[in-house]
Write a protein that binds this ligand. Structure first.
Ligand code: FES
Length: 267
């Protein structure tokens, strides 16, 4: 983990209210796992001066053990993200990362099913890329299941396709691809022995976890929480853990002990 000053080299619209940004910086040695995140602050700050914003990593430029850029996908939903859309190539950002714990690919999985919804899809794209390159998994054993409320909110579909892996897509309203939920795709695609990795809106995550339990499949979940420090100190990001009946409650910090958890550890 390192704090670097980077410069924006890309900031383009990818879907409705959804932008992709690339920040390049002086390379430094780091191992980056899909599912980890970065904490970003603009320089000079037009944002809240004290607060960084967490973003999941959509991709990282990597050369021989050094990391040289971060790609992130962000949803325009407030003042800060609105300001981000106006940032031009060359603008400076202060970025801290990589932070947290990412996905842990299951070595003996039959196939790796990546189940994503809306703006939760980017870390799964990064995971697909790492499964193919770092873990040498055959392309037909990595399957992307992508859902969104409507066609204009779909993200990363072309990126997944460019990897040469099977991609299944659904929209809740049927404006493109199949009409239905991403869990419908998962129910149809999943086979015994597959491993599930998921990220997306909270309601979707609950449905994916319930279905994975139903199908007795291993499942790793990226949990999203508001974050203050991103370093395990402020405890604004805690998440409940599953405990036996009668046992005292147990909490974990999403920023330091997550954001990816085994579904079996969640309530
Ligand atoms: Fe501060 Fe997680 S954001 S403890």
């Amino acid at each position: 983990m390192k704090s670097v000053q980077g410069r924006i080299t890309l900031n383009r619209r990818e879907a409705r209210n959804t932008y992709r940004m690339r920040v390049a910086f002086e390379p430094f040695p780091a191992r980056v796992d899909a599912g980890q995140f970065i904490h970003v602050r603009a320089l000079p700050s037009e944002w809240d001066p004290l607060l960084r914003r967490p973003f999941s990593i959509m991709d990282a430029g990597e050369e021989g053990g050094n990391v040289s850029s971060w790609d992130l996908l962000y949803l325009v939903q407030g003042r800060v993200s609105g300001l981000m859309t106006e940032m031009q190539p060359g603008a400076r950002l202060d970025v801290l990362g990589p932070l947290g714990h990412g996905y842990r690919p299951v070595p003996d999985a039959g196939r790796h099913l990546l189940v994503g919804g809306g703006v939760g899809v980017p870390p799964l794209y990064f995971l697909a890329r790492q499964l193919l390159s770092r873990h040498q998994v055959a392309a037909d054993r990595v399957v992307a299941l992508v859902g969104a409320r409507s066609a204009d909110l779909l993200a990363c579909v072309d990126d997944f396709r460019a990897l040469g892996i099977p991609v299944r897509v659904s929209t809740d309203d049927g404006t493109a691809f199949e009409k239905g939920r991403v869990t419908d795709l998962m129910r149809r695609e999943a086979r015994p022995g597959d491993a599930i990795y998921t990220c997306g809106p909270e309601g979707m995550l609950h449905a994916v976890v319930a279905l994975a339990r139903d199908l007795q499949l291993s499942c790793q979940v990226s949990v999203e929480r508001n974050m203050g420090c991103g370093l395990g100190a402020c405890k604004t990001c805690v998440v409940d853990m599953r405990v036996p009946p009668g046992a005292p409650p147990k909490y974990r910090t999403t920023c330091r002990e997550g954001p990816v958890f085994d579904a079996g550890d969640l309530p």
